[in-house]
Write a protein that binds this ligand. Structure first.
Ligand SMILES: Nc1nc2c(ncn2[C@@H]2O[C@H](COP(=O)(O)OP(=O)(O)OP(=O)(O)O)[C@@H](O)[C@H]2O)c(=O)[nH]1
Ligand SMILES: [Mg+2]
Length: 478
């Protein structure tokens, strides 16, 4: 690696705020080691080899000892940022850590901005931009599958694909521009067919990568799962059963849940963002009506809709219509029809005391309708019947038709998806131009535009605005 132009040093606490065994203060930049030496009593760090650890004391300018620490020295270019770096491990108290940082700042070092260390790593060529983004994804990951996806990206697998695509476009552009050079001599594309094949294979490959985005998004952000159904169907009870706490209020009064309630829940490595909603019904109650409005809004944005139908009551016509509506839209929004309160399941004609009579008589329809419904599963949240099967089914339905295994490379960022889409459009335009027999300069413009779009993913082409928005997602100290 060529020599790195180091920036003025910055420092930050790299560990979370709070009490812990140890905390780490990271210092990186030009003369970082010399500056830390100014507040370090112990071995002369300025003479220490790279990747060595040294015991010592941090002292304030007034001579007060702040803490006993271990200082790890990394010399440029072999550090995370590529710059000279010192990581100071101190005792993990909030005030001690702050005092160590202050002692370092007294040496003429400024506080780092969020993500500034990673930004420097990117600018110094230690990471591609997509890898830098993967660092943030890894830190924010809320499920094991999200961790896996971030690792794939951090290892540079996405970047490798993008670089291959770019090389193919560069080759194509060379073919086109070769023709341009000879335009006076009226040279036709010698390899028009070959060029066309290359470009259409490229759009296919980009398309395949783009197809992973839907899964990538679910894996990274979680599966937005909405529990919907009539009041009292057992939506809140199910939410509580899955998350294992009394997150939502449950009572026997229909209309208990008024507002949507969110809870994160992970199953088999996949994050679900569960949303409990107000039971659907016509109501005079202003608050409940607003809740019902929110319920409808929630399922419009859902990745998975779970409709809960109380099995202790016969089906009424509103429910039937709602269910039919969801089933119709199941191709766009995966849907599960789940019967609840299996322990109380209503059986027609089983006597006066059957729960049949507990429903609101006005909306009841023929009991035979219920029998025609095809349930994906019947459960009892109260008695924990079939809850395990429900969990499996939720995951299966959420990822249905989405080929996914842990080693799949997934596009997880909308920024990457947008760039891939634009690149593909430009290549398609080039193919169109080729088919219409346009001259090479037209093709060349489209191909260069595609090249530029792909370059924004890995950061070969970027601007300050994009960088700022990416790195502001980071915590301070990363
Ligand atoms: N027997 C039985 N009762 C249940 C089951 N699940 C829920 N219940 C009861 O049904 C009643 C309503 O449950 P909730 O979970 O509050 O129903 P909900 O769908 O959230 O109702 P709203 O918030 O009013 O829309 C409560 O008394 C629960 O204890 C079950 O599996 N079996
Ligand atoms: Mg509820």
């Amino acid at each position: 690696m060529s020599e790195i132009a180091q920036k003025p040093p910055v420092a930050a606490i790299a560990t979370p705020v709070g009490e812990g065994g140890i905390a780490v203060i990271r210092v990186s930049g030009r003369k970082a080691i010399e500056k830390v030496q100014g507040c370090f009593k112990g071995k002369d760090l300025t003479r220490a080899d790279s990747h060595t650890v040294h015991f010592g004391k941090i002292v304030k300018k007034d001579g007060r000892v702040v803490d006993e620490v271990l200082a790890t020295v990394f010399r440029s270019p072999k550090s995370y940022t590529g710059e000279d770096t010192v990581e100071i491990s101190c005792h993990g108290g909030v005030l001690v850590t702050q005092a160590v940082l202050e002692s370092v700042l007294e040496q003429g070092i400024r506080s780092a901005e969020p993500g500034e260390f990673t930004q420097r790593a990117f600018l110094n060529g230690k990471l591609d931009l997509d890898q830098a983004e993967a660092v943030a994804d890894l830190i924010h990951a809320k499920s094991i599958k999200a961790v896996d996806a971030a690792h794939q990206q951090l290892e540079g697998r996405l970047g490798k694909h993008i670089k291959t695509f770019r090389q193919q476009i560069i080759d194509a552009t060379a073919m086109v521009e070769l023709e341009l050079d000879f335009i006076e001599e009226d040279v036709e594309f010698a390899n028009k067919e070959q060029l066309r094949k290359l470009l259409s294979e490229l759009t296919d490959e980009i398309g395949r990568l783009l197809d992973t985005y839907e899964t990538g998004r679910l894996v990274k952000d979680g599966v937005k799962t909405v529990f919907i159904g009539r009041p009292n169907a057992g939506k809140s009870t199910l939410l509580n059963t899955l998350v294992g706490t009394e997150r939502a209020i449950v009572t026997e009064i229909a209309g208990t849940t008024r507002d949507t309630i969110d809870a994160d829940w992970s199953y088999d490595g996949l994050l679900f963002k569960l949303i409990d909603t107000a039971g659907l019904r016509e109501t005079e109650d202003v608050i409940e009506a607003e809740g019902v409005k929110r319920s409808r809004k929630a399922f419009e944005q859902a990745d998975l809709v779970v409709y809960l139908k109380d099995l202790s009551l016969p089906l009424n016509s509103d429910e039937r219509n709602e269910i039919a509506g969801f089933q119709k839209r199941a191709a766009e929004t995966p849907f599960l029809l789940v019967g609840t309160k299996l322990d109380l399941q209503y059986t027609p004609g089983s006597g006066e005391d059957t729960p049949y009579h507990r429903g609101s008589p006005g909306t009841q329809t023929s009991e035979t309708i219920d029998e025609r419904l095809h349930y994906d599963l019947k459960i009892s949240a109260l008695e924990e019947q079939n809850i395990g099967s429900l969990k499996k089914l939720m995951k299966q339905r959420a990822l249905e038709n989405k080929d996914y295994d842990a080693s799949s490379l997934l596009v997880t960022s909308s920024r990457h998806r947008d760039a891939l889409q634009k690149a593909r459009e430009n290549i398609e335009r080039a193919i169109g131009a080729l088919d219409q027999g346009m001259t090479g300069d037209f093709l060349s413009i489209d191909l260069r535009a595609a090249l530029k779009e792909l370059g924004t993913i890995t950061g070969e082409i970027t601007n300050e605005h994009v960088l700022d928005s990416i790195f502001s997602r980071f915590c301070i100290g990363k």
